[in-house]
Design a protein around this ligand. Structure first.
Ligand code: ZN
Length: 326
């Protein structure tokens, strides 16, 4: 959406106070394309399904034509998924682009892009939108317009659940509005919110945690790759991981604490022999600290969750691989 907004502004023939006029020929064409979900006269978006060299070649030949608006805009979503030959062809194009061509490369995994691409790009790191802003600026105005009766607290809860993915919040709210008549009953709210929770990749998180606890680096990386490819939220993975670790440490120290759920399937083999047991608990502490560090890093570099989780998997399996061997 932001890429389209940039194209709208840059091609506008009469921008005012830093905003596109939304009335000129170019603006009207782009707005119509956005509404219809199609390419515009001068804005081409390459869908995630076109990742090969053919897509880049098509784009290149298009860029050589004269554009009747100021610039050609080529938007490539999830650009890190381009194939290697496509990247090579694209690099040649980006090194010497046709005069009117501008490229907007979007990615959720900047660390997967070749350095040569990054060094030629002007980089914007997009911050996650805080929950209160999503609730207030996005969800609340819609509810007001649709005369949909819902508490502000509930909107905040929705926004918190989607953790920085406003589109998911929007989808959920639209479903609620479509399915109910003018509002939700307070007693239905917990059920509706839990439907959102079910869509989180609980199974996948469980799998990731299991893999790293049992020292299986490759498996952990595989699951992570799977989760990011399906655009699951991986933000909660570390939280879950910490929860498991706290429970172990508790269970070791406080014999009467018992947890009954799937996460407890993941049990490290704690040796009985006192010295070995002490060593094991020290190592659990190390693992816990790695998790806390990783969480800090995620807060610091919001867009690099995947890189952090990959590194975490490698660090932790370095310790846990020995647990299974014991
Ligand atoms: Zn305009």
């Amino acid at each position: 959406t932001l890429a389209w907004m940039m194209a709208l502004y840059a091609n506008c023939s009469d921008p005012r106070d830093g905003e596109a006029c939304r009335e000129c020929d170019s603006c009207l064409n782009i707005i119509k394309a956005i509404q219809n979900g199609t390419d515009g006269r001068s804005v081409i978006e390459k869908p995630v399904s076109e990742r090969g060299i053919d897509a880049i070649r098509a784009l290149e030949s298009q860029a050589r034509y004269h554009c009747r608006d100021r610039y050609w805009w080529f938007i490539i979503d999830e650009v890190h998924n381009l194939t290697k030959p496509a990247f090579d062809a694209a690099l040649r194009l980006w090194e010497k682009p046709p005069q009117q061509a501008r490229f907007i490369l979007c990615t959720t995994a900047p660390e997967a892009l070749p350095r040569t691409v990054l060094s030629r790009s002007f980089i914007f790191n997009l911050e996650k939108i805080p929950a209160d802003v999503t609730a207030k600026k996005l969800l609340w105005p819609i509810c007001k317009r649709e005369k949909f009766d819902i508490g502000k607290d509930t909107l905040l809860q929705i926004a918190e659940k989607v953790s920085g993915h406003p589109r998911d919040a929007l989808n959920l709210l639209t479903q609620w509005i479509a399915a109910s008549e003018g509002g939700v009953e307070p007693e239905d709210i917990p059920k509706l919110l839990s439907s959102l929770e079910a869509s989180a990749p609980y199974e996948a998180i469980l799998h990731y945690c299991k893999s790293i606890v049992h020292g299986k680096t490759n498996k952990a990386l595989y699951v992570l790759n799977y989760m990011t490819r399906h655009e699951y939220f991986i933000d909660r993975v570390i939280e879950q991981m910490q929860q498991i670790l706290y429970r172990w440490v508790h269970a070791e120290h406080l014999a009467d604490v018992r947890y009954e759920d799937d996460m407890m399937e993941i049990n490290p083999v704690v040796p009985k022999e006192p010295k070995a047991k002490r060593q094991c608990i020290i190592e659990m502490g190390q693992v816990l600290r790695l998790c806390l560090d990783a969480q800090d890093r995620i807060k610091q570099y919001r867009c690099n969750n995947r890189a952090v989780l990959e590194q975490l998997a490698i660090e932790i399996t370095g310790i846990t691989a020995a647990w299974d061997a014991r």
